[in-house]
Design a protein around this ligand. Structure first.
Ligand SMILES: C[S@@+](CC[C@H](N)C(=O)[O-])C[C@H]1O[C@@H](n2cnc3c(N)ncnc32)[C@H](O)[C@@H]1O
Length: 265
């Protein structure tokens, strides 16, 4: 049985850039929620953001890149069992199944409408896919059910205390927990982000999706965790947690970090 440690409540006050964040970095963060996380926002708006993420992942090949990063971590396991949290559109899981002939994937999200959309698509009838609603902070699975748990472009949705709990949960149900998430940008990069987002979205998205996508994109950038913060969150979940920063996934798309959390055997 995995031992669950009490998480120091002080972690709730950790800046997104970590305890060592600069004065300016501490000001460039927000508690404002993305539309994806708000109960008062219609699912129509949320699905515009999810569709944009899917399109962006296809165009930049990030679904493929992230799937390869995930599969590299289970290359020594013949029939890996993988849980994807916060799957949104499910394309990362679809790529994993396409690239690996025997992997099984549980594709999940906390949003039941996204889960229903995934279940209504090709993954719904895939013999190696299971689709279900899962909250990353309270995973309804036995210890060690999975060889790998993956959370892509979503970890920044969780505030520090909850994020630390999610690391504890994912490393309870899985041997390894791969977080691929937005890199925390420098102040200058952040200042340029809205302009970049508007131009990219104007080219690839219908005009009606522009505001939700730019809104959620900019808030995501302000909420992204630094490597120092991710390491602290892992150690708050378990002082012996191993935190490995992988080489930056190559390719196009928003810059990301890939970090693997695992407990000592
Ligand atoms: C920015 S989207 C990323 C979607 C997809 N993983 C991708 O890479 O494009 C964030 C996703 O995380 C989900 N999410 C937010 N909080 C969550 C939680 N506590 N547990 C599971 N999923 C969560 C949202 O519903 C949303 O689908």
């Amino acid at each position: 049985m995995t031992e669950i440690h009490a998480i120091d409540p002080e972690i709730a006050g950790m800046p997104r850039g970590g305890w060592d964040a600069s004065w300016l970095d501490r000001r460039l963060q927000t508690d404002e929620l993305e539309y994806l996380d708000r109960d008062d926002v219609s699912d129509e708006v949320k699905q515009k953001v999810v569709t944009m993420l899917d399109r962006m992942g296809e165009l930049t090949h990030q679904h493929d890149t992230f799937a390869r990063v995930a599969l590299d971590l289970v290359s020594d396991i013949p029939d890996p069992r993988i849980l994807e949290l916060g799957a949104g559109h499910g394309k990362l899981s679809a790529k994993i199944l396409e690239l690996h002939p025997t992997a099984t994937v549980t594709v999940s999200d906390v949003n039941p409408n996204s889960v229903a959309n995934i279940a209504g698509g090709p993954l719904g009838s895939h013999p190696r896919a299971r689709i279900q609603v899962v909250d990353a902070t309270d995973i309804d699975s036995q210890d060690d059910t999975y060889d790998l748990v993956v959370f892509a472009l979503a970890f920044h949705h969780l505030p520090p205390l909850i994020a630390s709990r999610a690391i504890a949960e994912a490393t309870r149900v899985g041997t390894r927990f791969l977080v691929v998430d937005l890199r925390r940008l420098s102040p200058v990069e952040l200042a340029l982000t809205p302009l970049q987002m508007v131009s990219v979205n104007l080219v690839f998205q219908p005009l009606s999706s522009l505001w939700p996508c730019v809104h959620d994109g900019f808030i995501s950038a302000l909420r992204a965790y630094s490597i120092s913060a991710l390491t602290t969150l892992g150690q708050a979940a378990d002082p012996d947690m191993s935190v490995t920063v992988l080489p930056k996934p190559a390719g196009y798309g928003p810059p990301v970090n890939a970090v693997v959390f695992s407990r000592q055997p």
